[in-house]
Design a protein around this ligand. Structure first.
Ligand code: ACO
Length: 324
C-alpha cells in the first residue's frame, strides 16, 4: 500500500466582466480575426476594481469544496499558485485561508508563472504523500490584467483573470499505476530563458510592480518542444502512452501551441480540453479552469487518465499525470 493524492473535487471562478476581441480592437491596433487566428482567444474576463487575486481564489476554493462535499475545516494545506499576489507579502494563500475560516494547518504561495498549477500539484502531492498533511486545496489564481501594458497590442490581447482549484486527499491505495490520484509529476526550469517572458519590475529591483514583457515568437518556438519532452518523461515513468490518455488538459495559452503539442504526441484532437477561447491565458489558473469545465460538462469522469502540462516564464515547464 502507498499514499496517493486523490482528487476529491474541483471548482473555478471567472470575474463577471468579459472583454471581447472587438472591444480590445477599439483600444489598440488589432482585430478579432488576428487574435482568433494567432491564438484562438475570443474573450477574456477582467477582475473588478478592488477584486483581488485572493478573492478569485476564494471563490474557486469554495466551489471546489462544495463539489468535493467536504467542509473547509478538514483542509490542512493550501498551496496557491500565482504571479499576481494581492501584496508582495504576506502570501495571498493566507487571505484565502482566513476567508475560508481556517486557522490550522499551512498556507503558502508558489510562483512558477504559467507552470504554477503544475508545480503546485507536484508540491502538494509530495507533502500529502509524505504524510505531513491530509487534505489540500491546490489553487491557481491570477489577475494578470493588473500587470499588462494595455497599450502593447503584442501582449494585452493574450491574457485574462480567473481562478481554479482542486481538493486533494491523501489515501492509502495499492500503489499500482491503476490507482486513482497523482501518478507522476515532472518539473523543469531553465533560467537562461528568463528574459524572454518577464515583468519589468519587482520589490528588489525597481520597487514597483512592473508590466509583463514577452518575446512571443521566442516563447512559441520553445513551447512545443519543452511540453512534449516533459509529457514523454511522464509516459516513461508510468509505462502509459498517448493512446492510454482519456484527456489532455494543457495550459491554455494559445490554441496553436496546444494543437501542435497534441499532434506531436499523437493525442487525438477529441481528447484535448480547450477553453482558451473563453478566458485567454490566465497563467496559473488556466489548467484548473479547463479541468473544472470538462468535469462539470461530464467529459472527465472518475477513473479517467488525465495529462496536465504547462510552460511559462523562467522558462518553467512540467507535467502531471493523474487518474481522476
Ligand atoms: N494585433 C494585430 N497585429 C499584431 C498584434 C495584435 N494584437 N500583435 C502583434 N501583431 C503584429 C506584429 O507587430 C507583427 O507585425 P509585423 O510583421 O508588421 O512586424 C505581426 O503581427 C506578427 O507578429 P509575431 O509576433 O511574429 O506574431 P506570431 O505569429 O508569432 O503571434 C503570438 C504572436 C500570438 C504572441 C505568438 O508568438 C505566441 O502565441 N507566442 C507564445 C506566447 C505564449 O504562449 N505566451 C504565454 C506563455 S505562458 C506564461 O508564462 C505567461
Amino acid at each position: 500500500m502507498t499514499l496517493r493524492s486523490v482528487v476529491l473535487g474541483c471548482g473555478s471562478y471567472l470575474p463577471a466582466r468579459t472583454v471581447t476581441n472587438a472591444e480590445l480592437a477599439v483600444k489598440v491596433d488589432t482585430t478579432d480575426e488576428w487574435i482568433v487566428q494567432r491564438t484562438g482567444i475570443r474573450e477574456r474576463h477582467i477582475a473588478a476594481d478592488g477584486e483581488l487575486t485572493s478573492d478569485l481564489a476564494t471563490q474557486a476554493a469554495k466551489a471546489a469544496l462544495t463539489h468535493a462535499g467536504i467542509d473547509a475545516q478538514s483542509i490542512d494545506l493550501i498551496v496557491l499558485a500565482t504571479s499576481t499576489p494581492d501584496q508582495t507579502f504576506p502570501a495571498s494563500a493566507v487571505s484565502v485561508q482566513t476567508n475560508l475560516g481556517i486557522t490550522h494547518g499551512a498556507a503558502f504561495d508558489l510562483q512558477a508563472v504559467c507552470s504554477g498549477f503544475v508545480y503546485a500539484m507536484a508540491t502538494a502531492d509530495s507533502l500529502l504523500r509524505a504524510g505531513t498533511f491530509k487534505r489540500a486545496l491546490v489553487i491557481g489564481a491570477e489577475t494578470f490584467s493588473r500587470i499588462l501594458d494595455w497599450e502593447d497590442r503584442t501582449t494585452c490581447v493574450l491574457f485574462g483573470d480567473g481562478a481554479g482549484a482542486v481538493v486533494l486527499e491523501a489515501q492509502e491505495l495499492p500503489g499500482t499505476r491503476e490507482d486513482r490520484g497523482v501518478l507522476v509529476s515532472c518539473l523543469r526550469s531553465d533560467g537562461r530563458h528568463k528574459s524572454k517572458l518577464y515583468v519589468d519590475g519587482g520589490p528588489s529591483s525597481t520597487g514597483t510592480v512592473g508590466k509583463l514583457r514577452m518575446e512571443g515568437r521566442a516563447v512559441f518556438k520553445h513551447a512545443v518542444a519543452m511540453v512534449t519532452d516533459v509529457i514523454r518523461d511522464a509516459f516513461k515513468a508510468t509505462g502509459y502512452t498517448a493512446q492510454d490518455l482519456n484527456w489532455f488538459v494543457p495550459h491554455q495559452a494559445n490554441k496553436r501551441i496546444i494543437d501542435d503539442s497534441a499532434e506531436k504526441l499523437g493525442i487525438a484532437p477529441e481528447k484535448v480540453v480547450i477553453t482558451v477561447d473563453l478566458h485567454g491565458n490566465t497563467s496559473a489558473a488556466s489548467i484548473p479552469l479547463a479541468l473544472d469545465t470538462a468535469v462539470r460538462d461530464g467529459r472527465i469522469k472518475r477513473g479517467d487518465l488525465v495529462m496536465l502540462e504547462a510552460m511559462g516564464g523562467g522558462f518553467t515547464w512540467g507535467s502531471v499525470l493523474v487518474r481522476w
